[in-house]
Ligand binder design. Structure first.
Ligand code: EPZ
Length: 428
């Protein structure tokens, strides 16, 4: 298994191009199942999770064609044409779903288009139980009959889905996405209340509208979808990755460096930028993104709590913790979205951090220096928090289980090395 080796302690300086968002691209790809026309996505990132979704779609009968590079800088973003002319299988098998939970996003589109779907239950994962009960309740509200059998979700709506009223008791990104896609082909009007408002949901809604869907309230927590008998093809560009943006913003801050992030938008990361500024990091908006400037001497601890968008994202919690680990003073970081998302704490402590977890909160007492160590990642964002700590640490850090990083960060070593990081992948 590959490892990442970092010789830390270098101030990073340079430019990083941000790619399309993984978490937007995955539901957008699933949306290709809603039409027999071609859906063409540009600014698609080159990531293992995208490959997993492509494999899943292929086995459902979608033909895929990858068209080189998108215009954005020439080196990030690809264009993928997807055509689900005929759905040859309505089953999403365990083997593919277990590798990537987002596979469950094919459930809504399949049952909406074919009247039947059989999708493996994803099971737990490193950051929590992550049930999909709310996805299922949403489909039931649209008239689907659902049974759980032999580890599979079986959904049926032989007469087609009907418009319904969905009230999510808790904000769910994936649940909102499944509901939105299914409602677009349902007969009648569906109201989705307490809907997630993440930029990835807005992206999906805009793409569905480009495909002929009628959706009111985009960007709010109440979405009204007037179902259409059919959707058509469209060309759509994936929104920039706000988590990749935030991660490299922290790379600049934690190394006391200066990095210009291009191909992104500051409004996607407002909650993060607010707390980074409170911590003493300078962030300036530019036409194509932002410039982030850090100063370790004046970096201070600030408290954050993860919340659904527009709050502070759970997907930035581990990276922000790495930053707070070297700040002056203490910071309390509270995780409210996932029950088990502090798995990076014991690994970071191997690098000399001073962090205590009490239930859903972690008290991070800043230390003046970190030291390189061998560490192991448990999930995507945990892994990258170790990369960030490694960039700031004295000496060598070796991170194993790099496959987590490859799921969500495109050419990570290359992008950081271009800013002066000493980082390499060791094949194993
Ligand atoms: C999405 O996961 C993202 N994944 C996650 O990113 C992200 O952390 C999460 O949203 C929150 O922002 C993708 O977009 C592919 P949820 P999702 O449904 O949709 C509970 C990363 O690192 N819940 O909003 O699975 C759930 O357990 C990943 O890129 C139910 O109880 O998240 C969690 O506590 C990790 N029942 C909370 O809701 C349900 O049916 C929010 O989950 C659904 C969710």
């Amino acid at each position: 298994m590959d490892k990442i080796k970092i010789s830390g302690g270098r101030r990073l300086q340079g430019k990083i191009a941000i790619g399309g968002a993984k978490n937007a691209a995955l539901p957008l790809m699933a949306a290709s199942l809603l039409t027999d026309d071609t859906l063409s996505l540009s600014n698609l990132p080159h990531l293992d999770d995208i490959t997993s979704m492509a494999k899943l779609l292929t086995q459902h009968g979608v033909s895929l064609h990858l068209n080189g590079h998108a215009p954005n800088g020439g080196h990030t973003g690809r264009v993928l044409d997807m055509r689900a002319k005929e759905i040859v299988s309505t089953t999403a098998p365990y083997d593919l779903v277990r590798k990537m939970r987002a596979s469950v996003l094919v459930l809504g589109p399949l049952v909406a288009r074919c009247g039947v779907a059989r999708v493996s239950l994803p099971g737990g994962c490193a950051i929590g139980n992550r049930p999909v009960d709310l996805h299922l309740k949403a489909l039931e509200a649209m008239g689907a009959e659902i049974i759980l059998t032999e580890g599979y979700i079986e959904a049926r709506a032989p007469e087609g889905l009907k418009g319904g009223h969905i009230l999510f008791p808790q904000v769910t990104v994936g649940g909102t996405e499944n509901a939105l896609m299914a409602a677009s082909l349902a007969d009648g009007v569906t109201v989705i209340a307490n809907a997630a408002r993440e930029p990835e949901i807005i992206d999906l809604a805009h793409c569905l509208v480009a495909m002929g869907a009628e959706i009111d309230g985009i960007g709010t927590d109440t979405l009204k979808v007037t179902g259409k008998p059919r959707l058509h093809g469209a060309e759509y560009s994936v929104v920039p990755d706000r988590i990749e943006t935030g991660t490299y913003a922290i790379a600049a801050a934690i190394t006391g460096g200066e990095i210009e992030l291009t191909g992104t938008r500051i409004d996607l990361v407002e909650a993060l930028i607010d707390v980074m500024r409170m911590a003493g990091v300078v962030v300036e908006a530019t036409d194509t993104g932002m410039i982030v400037r850090g100063n370790r001497a004046t970096l201070k601890g600030v408290d954050v709590m993860t919340e659904p968008f527009p709050g502070f994202p759970t997907d930035m919690q581990a990276q922000f913790m790495a930053l707070m680990a070297v700040a002056n003073g203490a910071s309390m970081i509270t995780e409210t979205i996932f029950e088990n998302r502090f798995m990076h704490v014991p690994e970071l402590s191997r690098m000399g951090t001073d962090i205590n977890v009490h239930g859903r909160s972690a008290i991070v007492r800043g230390v003046s220096k970190l030291s390189g160590a061998e560490v192991m990642a448990t999930d995507l964002r945990a892994s990258v928090s170790m990369v960030l700590a490694g960039l700031a640490a004295e000496g060598e850090t070796v991170i194993s289980r790099v496959y987590h990083l490859d799921r969500g960060y495109e050419r990570l070593e290359e992008k950081l090395a271009a800013c002066g990081a000493q980082i390499e992948r060791v094949k194993g």
